[in-house]
Design a protein around this ligand. Structure first.
Ligand SMILES: [Fe+2]
Length: 497
């Protein structure tokens, strides 16, 4: 047991597979059990918290410095790298030789108005204009990372256009744009914008909100962007006392802003819907006069008076319990009305993924992490599922309660055109072999349920984390990223003494 484990062993959020790893590895050829398809080419990369310094504060599972774990698939060969995201704050700490920030359970740094809470950039990772972009759920400066080496290039400020964006800003693979939003406790409470494939700003507006909100994601169709205003608010009295407390207001509606991609604030159409809270969008698209959005919101229960049970939702969120359903909203641009309802209320799943080439177009399939209906315990992703939204069918795989998975990503087969013609990739913990491994499934109907096509052994444990993405080699190169030949050059450079 290393010094780190001795120091942090008593912190539940750092026990078991929440414990960080200390090494940054580069492994060129991983052992494969089964056959790795040669028409699977690209990068699966996952972000997550991995504290660089042993915390001496009340550690929360969201506090750790961002670390990327990346598996590259290249014509039947898989390789692996993991690297910390060298944020400004981590660089400052490394220069000092110690942690200079604490976490979300502790008071923020009054002496650092620029960064009262550490921007760890630990939440999501996406690909835009030749680079990986890491992002933070509280909104912060995004970081650019080299997709070949996983080395941090620096702040992805796009010529000063970005100073803070939310974790779930979204690239559009068809246009090469990055659609972003941010949110803040002080005005402007939300901003929205578009960065071009040239990394320059194309559009930015302030989104008028009546006060601070806690949106987590956004949705993108071919012509519209959908921004979120949920009646889950910070408790202002608690905030004045320096505490973080959430209040759900079932008397307030949910509101969705439907705005043309390059629309002004005056062009926003607001749609009201039932009070709820949503973390992640599955997809959105246009259908006639309607804009349709599908997501995995928290399931809302009625209380004994038949009203939304606000306290139950607050407790669920506070204890980070998982209780989600698959849900659809339809916004009628002609009438201004919303119709909504669950698509499926039997599978408790979240962290949805789709074939990102189909973002903004009508999709039938999504891939999810599946959760146990647990009590007060650390989050576990105990399964993966493929869901067919039209038939209501799903296939759920779990290798038992000891196994756990990560956010799956859809990896298109080279040259594919059908929505589910490709693979599902995830990193899993194999409790029998006591190792982390990459699982590759055939995503097509009738194939996914057969289980993984292959298991790729990873050289070290991959701790539990947050979001993952898959970038195909074709998408990588289409938007300015490196080719396999560039990879050969990098390897030659790195192997020089
Ligand atoms: Fe998220």
């Amino acid at each position: 047991m290393g010094a780190f484990e001795q120091q942090v062993g008593a912190i539940p959020a750092l026990e078991g597979n929440n414990a960080p790893v200390a090494n940054e590895l580069t492994i060129d050829r991983l052992e494969v059990l089964g056959e790795l398809p040669s028409n699977l080419n690209g990068l699966y990369v996952r972000n997550g918290p991995n504290p660089f310094y042993p915390p001496d504060w009340r550690y929360h599972a969201y506090d750790g410095d961002g670390m990327l774990h990346a598996v590259r698939f290249d014509r039947g060969v898989a390789s692996y790298r993991n690297r910390w995201v060298r944020t400004a704050a981590l660089t400052e700490e490394q220069a000092a030789g110690r942690a200079l920030w604490k976490g979300i359970k502790e008071p923020q740094r009054a002496d650092r108005p620029d960064q009262p809470l550490k921007n760890t950039s630990n939440t999501d990772v996406k690909y835009h204009a030749g680079r990986l972009i890491t992002m933070w759920y509280r909104s912060g400066m995004p970081y650019a990372v080299d997709p070949l080496t996983l080395e941090t290039i620096g702040p992805a400020d796009c010529d000063g256009a970005l100073d803070r964006i939310s974790a779930h800003s979204r690239p559009d693979e068809r246009t090469g744009e990055l659609l972003w939003f941010d949110y803040d406790v002080k005005p402007p409470y939300m901003r929205y914008g578009v960065i071009g494939p040239d990394r320059k700003s194309r559009h930015a507006i302030e989104v008028p909100l009546p006060g601070p909100r806690l949106p987590h994601d956004m949705a993108v169709t071919e012509h519209y962007t959908i921004l979120h205003d949920f009646p889950l608010l910070l408790d202002e009295e608690a905030r004045r006392l320096g505490r973080y407390k959430l209040r759900f207001h079932p008397e307030m509606p949910t509101r969705f802003a439907v705005v043309p991609r390059y629309g002004q604030a005056s062009e926003i159409r607001w749609f009201e819907a039932r009070p709820t809270y949503l973390l992640h969008v599955v997809n959105a698209w246009e259908e006639g006069d309607e804009v349709v959005m599908v997501g995995t919101p928290y399931r809302i229960y009625d209380d004994e008076q038949g009203r939304p049970d606000a306290r139950r939702l607050e407790r669920t969120i506070h204890h980070r319990q998982r209780d989600f359903w698959l849900y659809q909203w339809r916004f009628d641009l002609k009438t201004g009305r919303t119709t909504e309802g669950p698509i499926d209320d039997t599978l408790n799943s979240e962290f949805p993924a789709i074939n990102m080439a189909w973002q903004g177009r009508r999709t039938r399939h999504s891939y999810h992490a599946v959760f146990p209906y647990g009590g007060r315990e650390e989050v576990r992703f105990t399964g993966v599922a493929k869901v067919n939204h039209e038939t209501g069918a799903f296939v759920h795989l779990s290798e038992g309660p000891g196994a756990f998975y990560n956010e799956p990503a859809f990896a298109p087969r080279d040259g594919s055109s059908a929505e589910d013609d490709g693979y599902v990739v995830t990193i899993s913990w194999n409790p029998l072999e006591q190792r982390s491994e990459v699982l590759v499934f055939d995503a097509r109907d009738g194939e996914f349920g057969r289980g993984p096509l292959c298991r790729v052994k990873l050289p070290q444990r991959v701790p539990n984390g947050f979001h993952a993405t898959f970038v195909s080699q074709a998408t990588m190169q289409r938007w300015g990223g490196p080719s396999p030949a560039d990879r050969t050059r990098i390897d030659a450079k790195e192997s020089r003494p």
